[in-house]
Ligand binder design. Structure first.
Ligand SMILES: Cc1cc2nc3c(=O)[nH]c(=O)nc-3n(C[C@H](O)[C@H](O)[C@H](O)COP(=O)(O)OP(=O)(O)OC[C@H]3O[C@@H](n4cnc5c(N)ncnc54)[C@H](O)[C@@H]3O)c2cc1C
Length: 373
């Protein structure tokens, strides 16, 4: 009898436990294939710190291909474009190959929309994929040797303040000329979160020379200029669009049921509402029982349930439900070894906040990097 096939799209944060158990899945007689564009998965929580030079890319990445192959799984280097749930195959970009599955799990993450960008300038860097922050770092360091750069960050959310603070750190420690860093924050930075977070972030960034423009919206980015809706324009040598994320387009492209944001619509078992052999976790899903924030915390919490349900689905056993859990800890890395710590109403800023984040993040990635040995 042919072996049953488990296919994983993306080796993201919600697949870490499944990836670390591939040997068990293979030992049980199943065939496992992991599809991902890069041989490595980058831990987003440490991405801004890599941009700022606190971490080397090797410190924040997980060798997906190596870990999969050394446990007897198959690794396919590629980008999934669509799923055909009737034929039970996935299709890849620039490839005729169709990959068959009996059970499919999707952890393809999210992307930063580029709608406002009207140029194909190579100096535009989104925070996803995280690898592009390393390319941004190289570009900033090489250009700032010649002159002070204008660096624009579009959006006022968590990734925006983390990028701004870490670009400032990068240039202070390694850049020849200090850049002019501006955040085009929309209504205001860190809108929708407790006011104290905003106050602490603003204080840290403005003290270090970052300009924060609030109450202004960007219309478009064209020919090295940031054009605002109020008619004003500002120069920008390097642009980071950080306007929030949207789930991977794979599901909408495949005609699968999706939530209002385009994420794969899943029930409390993290299972597609239409196709019982399709599961998912992380930023790429829309959790039908209650919408979840696009934070790595949920992807990490989904790991054991997703792994259990994939195994149960292969074996025809009962599924477990995912409980999102209560409030979560968030610490923003503002560069300069400073952070903002936030859990419930307990909020503080400074070096201790960054130290706690650094400790937690290093522990998380080192646990999974240990599988590479
Ligand atoms: C700058 C920044 C900082 C952040 N900091 C934090 C933080 O400190 N704490 C926190 O909780 N959250 C943080 N977040 C949010 C966090 O990044 C996401 O919630 C988290 O990455 C979601 O994990 P994921 O596994 O779903 O997606 P991802 O981490 O994006 O992983 C998706 C994986 O799928 C692969 N993939 C993508 N497309 C395809 C495809 N078509 N086919 C095959 N494979 C594909 C990718 O290569 C990647 O390996 C941050 C986000 C950003 C942008």
């Amino acid at each position: 009898m042919a072996k049953k096939k488990l296919v994983l799209i993306g080796g993201g944060h919600a697949h870490m436990v499944t990836l670390s158990n591939i040997h068990t899945i293979v030992d049980k007689g199943y065939d496992v294939t992991v599809i991902q564009p890069s041989d490595y998965h980058y831990y987003s929580g440490m991405g801004p710190g890599m941009l700022g030079g606190t971490y080397h890319p090797d410190d924040i990445r997980f060798a997906t291909r190596k870990v999969v192959e050394q446990q007897g799984g198959n690794f396919v280097s590629g980008k999934v474009t669509s799923i055909d749930p009737e034929k039970q195959v996935v299709r890849l970009e620039n490839s005729e190959q169709e990959i068959e599955y009996d059970v499919l799990s999707c952890n393809a993450g999210s992307f930063v929309p580029r709608d406002i960008i009207q140029t194909d300038s190579p100096n535009i860097f989104t925070a996803k994929p995280i690898e592009s922050l390393f390319q941004a770092q190289e570009k900033i360091l090489s250009l700032s040797k010649e002159r002070p750069l204008h660096i624009a960050i579009i959006g006022g959310g968590p990734s925006s303040i983390e990028i701004a603070g870490n670009v400032q750190q990068l240039c202070q420690h390694q850049g020849a000329h200090q850049p002019h860093i501006s955040i085009y924050a929309g209504r205001q930075i860190i809108a929708g979160k407790p006011a104290k977070i905003r106050k602490l972030a603003l204080a840290s960034l403005t003290r270090r020379g970052v300009k924060v423009l609030e109450g202004t919206y960007v219309k478009n980015i064209d020919q090295g200029m940031i054009n605002l809706k109020d008619g004003t324009s500002y120069p920008a040598d390097i642009v980071f669009p950080a306007v929030g994320v949207r789930p991977s387009p794979i599901f909408a492209n495949s005609g699968l049921p999706v939530g209002p944001d385009g994420g794969l619509l899943v029930n409390r078992f993290l299972q597609s509402t239409a196709h019982p052999n399709i599961f998912g976790g992380g930023d790429c899903i829309y959790f039908e029982p209650e919408p979840l924030d696009k934070v790595g915390v949920y992807a990490v919490r989904q790991n054991p349930v997703l792994y259990h349900n994939l195994m149960a689905s292969l074996a025809g056993e009962p599924l477990e439900t995912f409980q999102p859990g209560g409030s979560y800890l968030l610490i923003y890395n503002l560069g300069n070894n400073e952070g903002v710590f936030c859990k419930w109403f307990f909020i503080f800023g400074g070096k201790l906040a960054f130290k706690i984040k650094d400790y937690i993040d290093r522990k998380f990635i080192e646990e999974f990097q240990a599988l590479e040995k």
